[in-house]
Ligand binder design. Structure first.
Ligand code: URA
Length: 209
């Protein structure tokens, strides 16, 4: 079974409370969602491989560590996933960005794929799939399947708020994909929204209704 990790760093928890607040407006919501994504990526990348490199300091030669050149990509699930991309790129500016478009049928709550555009060497990359809300897990599983179908081999799912139902759905269907969240909430409500959650992440990020 894949790992599910809640990143409960105090800064992450504090910032999450800000975006949960219904009175937080679009500008602050957008800014803080990206800050949380940045902090999450800082934690998640602790295991990136390093290699030795020789460097000349003003004082002389020394052998130090450098990232061993593992290729990364961030894959937002449209549209709300876009709200985490800039935060990830703050720390990994050279990462490629792929996009997966999913919409959720409001009646059936089932996801549908409508757009996929990925880096050509997807199979060599470590992928960070980002989506603020892991609700039923339907979109995440569909995105993971879309990536696997195109050759992706290593991926992690990074969300702000997860529902237990969504975590279970992804772990059941994709036991090779580790999941990272800033919070594990109580449940899904009867409309498929996470409670207490933060509402509709896409609408709050983009100021739509
Ligand atoms: N998508 C959202 O934006 N919010 C939820 O609570 C669930 C799915």
């Amino acid at each position: 079974m894949s790992k599910f990790t809640v990143l409960n760093h105090p800064l992450i928890q504090h910032k999450l409370t800000i975006i949960r607040n219904k009175d937080t407006g679009t500008r602050v919501f957008r800014e803080v969602a990206n800050e949380i994504a940045e902090l999450m990526v800082y934690e998640i990348t602790r295991d990136l491989p390093l290699e030795d490199v020789t460097v000349q300091t003003p004082m002389g030669e020394t052998v130090q560590k450098t990232l061993s050149g593992k290729k990364l990509a961030v894959i937002p699930i449209l549209r709300a996933g876009l709200g985490m991309v800039d935060g990830v790129l703050q720390l990994i500016p050279a990462a490629k960005v792929g996009h997966i478009g999913m919409y959720r049928d409001e009646k059936t709550l089932k996801p549908h794929e409508y757009f996929v555009k990925l880096p050509s060497d997807i199979e060599q990359r470590e992928l960070f799939i980002v989506d603020p809300m892991l609700a039923t897990g339907g979109s995440a599983n569909m995105a993971i399947e879309a990536l696997k179908k195109r050759g992706a081999q290593h991926m992690r799912l990074v969300v702000l708020v997860a529902a237990p139902e969504g975590v279970k759905a992804v772990q059941d269907q994709n036991p090779d994909v580790d999941i990272y969240a800033a919070a594990l909430d109580e449940k899904l409500n009867e409309n498929g929204y996470i409670f207490p959650g933060l509402g509709d992440a896409g609408d709050r990020l983009f100021g739509t209704k």
